[in-house]
Design a protein around this ligand. Structure first.
Ligand SMILES: [Zn+2]
Length: 385
């Protein structure tokens, strides 16, 4: 048996309607905490879907300040501003409520309020030295899995993104409540769901740190996501389908937090960085082509996943792997989200820059089952154009 480490969030509450009991959970798990800093975005706050949670905090006499300034691809300045407000409020607990951006910002605020280290010295792997405030994460999309990962992505320059990866970023509590996700549009449901599937697939085939626990989670995540994504798209208010998607996305998050992502994400990040295409859609765009590129190195593993994604496939490992890739490509077509780079405003003259940007993602590329050169990255983008 191989040696490995597996780490995750110690408490996960999977309960439709749990948001309305937020204050109860806080009192149970963090009895000393009285001043809560809630990190979210303006769209969510104005939608009113967070209200049940806020009402419960009011009823129980818990003070909170709501920060609604998170934006997609959050810039460093937003993190610093929010952390400043959290300090001024005297926060003793941080709650992230939103998609990956809000939860990523919440992680860093909890760290920045917990010690005096400067954010600029935290980028990279295991660079955080001190402790953080208690941290609760409540996702409102079924995709990033950020509620159970130890990664926070920040936009540091015009288009550059940097990651903070450290065990302090694992939350204390994650709450999965499908009632927060029923208002998501079809395209967001599809793209975020496919992103979660990419997390599971890349964790399952990662060159380093793949282990029996991450494999088990990746397979179960794929099963939940693939079997419920059509229903979640066609019947957005189906709470059972939505809860299954949240659970699947969380399990995929647990898998890739321990067995990290690879070339699909490496090629997706530049699309998001330069063209502000949402993270899930960026991944979905390059997914089938990157998997086809990986086939010579990963056919056996993809064939194993075909048991879930293309159960009727027969023949050689390569044939079953191809069936699995086709099933994923069909999924994007079926849900009607863009499948070509041109559809999101990318032109042929952009591809060289995208390929160069992708080569900067060395943390991810090193995990890919097959080595990716600049020329390979360029050809993958060209094939998806
Ligand atoms: Zn992702």
């Amino acid at each position: 048996m191989q040696n490995f480490r597996f780490q995750t969030v110690p408490l996960i509450i999977n309960e439709t309607g749990a948001l309305a009991r937020l204050g109860e959970f806080i009192q149970q798990e963090f009895p000393a905490c009285r001043r809560l800093f809630i990190v979210s975005d303006a769209g969510l706050v104005s939608s009113g879907i967070l209200q049940a949670g806020l009402d419960n905090l009011d009823q129980l006499g818990l003070l909170y300040q709501l920060y609604a300034g998170v934006v997609p691809d959050p810039p460093e300045a937003v993190v610093l501003l929010a952390a400043q407000q959290a300090r001024e409020f005297g926060s003793d607990l941080v709650i992230g409520m939103g998609g990956g951006s809000a939860m990523d910002v919440a992680k860093l605020i909890a760290v920045l309020c917990g010690n005096d280290q400067a954010l600029s010295t935290m980028y990279g792997i295991n660079q955080i030295r001190g402790k953080r405030l208690p941290l609760v994460q409540i996702p409102t999309t079924a995709g990033t899995g950020s509620e159970v990962t130890n990664i926070s992505i920040v936009t540091t320059g015009e288009t550059t993104k940097m990651g903070v990866v450290a065990p302090q970023l694992f939350a204390d509590l994650a709450i999965l409540d499908a009632s927060l996700t029923t208002g998501l549009p079809v395209a967001t449901t599809a793209a975020t769901g496919i992103d979660a599937m990419v997390h599971a697939i890349e964790a399952y085939t990662t060159r380093h740190k793949k282990n029996p626990v991450s494999d088990m989670l990746a397979r179960q995540a794929l099963k939940l996501l693939f079997n419920h994504i059509d229903r979640a798209c066609s019947h957005g208010t189906d709470l059972a389908a939505r809860q299954a998607m949240l659970l699947g996305a969380m399990m995929a998050g647990q898998a890739f937090a321990n067995a990290p992502c690879a070339a699909v994400h490496a090629l997706a990040y530049p699309i998001g960085g330069r063209f502000h295409v949402p993270h899930g859609l960026s991944n979905s765009l390059v997914l089938p082509t990157v998997l086809r590129f990986n086939l010579p190195a990963a056919a056996e593993q993809y064939a194993e996943l075909a048991e879930i994604l293309a159960p009727d496939a027969t023949g050689s490992a390569e044939a079953r792997a191809n069936a699995m890739i086709n099933a994923l490509a069909d999924l994007a077509l079926r849900t009607g989200i863009p499948t070509r780079l041109r559809q999101v405003g990318i032109r042929e003259t952009d591809l060289e820059q995208l390929a160069s940007d992708a080569m900067q993602q060395t943390r991810l590329l090193g995990n890919n089952p097959r080595e990716v050169s600049w020329q390979d990255a360029y050809e993958i983008y060209a094939a998806v154009l």
